[in-house]
Design a protein. Structure first.
Length: 62
């Protein structure tokens, strides 16, 4: 049960990271390590925002 909930929570983060990594790879001819780290960081931030907004919707109002 715990594993399924963690996978559900981390899925948006991983998908956003993969999408930004692929976008950087397609937009640049010669991506370097700095660009890859930047793409992963941007994807991590976007994924965390998506996760936070989804969790905020599911949480009941006090």
């Amino acid at each position: 049960m715990y594993i399924k909930s963690r996978i559900k929570q981390l899925l948006p983060v991983v998908l956003a990271m993969a999408a930004t990594f692929m976008a950087i790879g397609l937009l640049m001819e010669d991506p370097d390590y700095t660009t890859a780290i930047l793409a992963i960081a941007i994807g991590l931030v976007i994924g965390e925002i998506i996760h936070y907004l989804g969790a905020k919707k599911e949480r009941p109002e006090p």
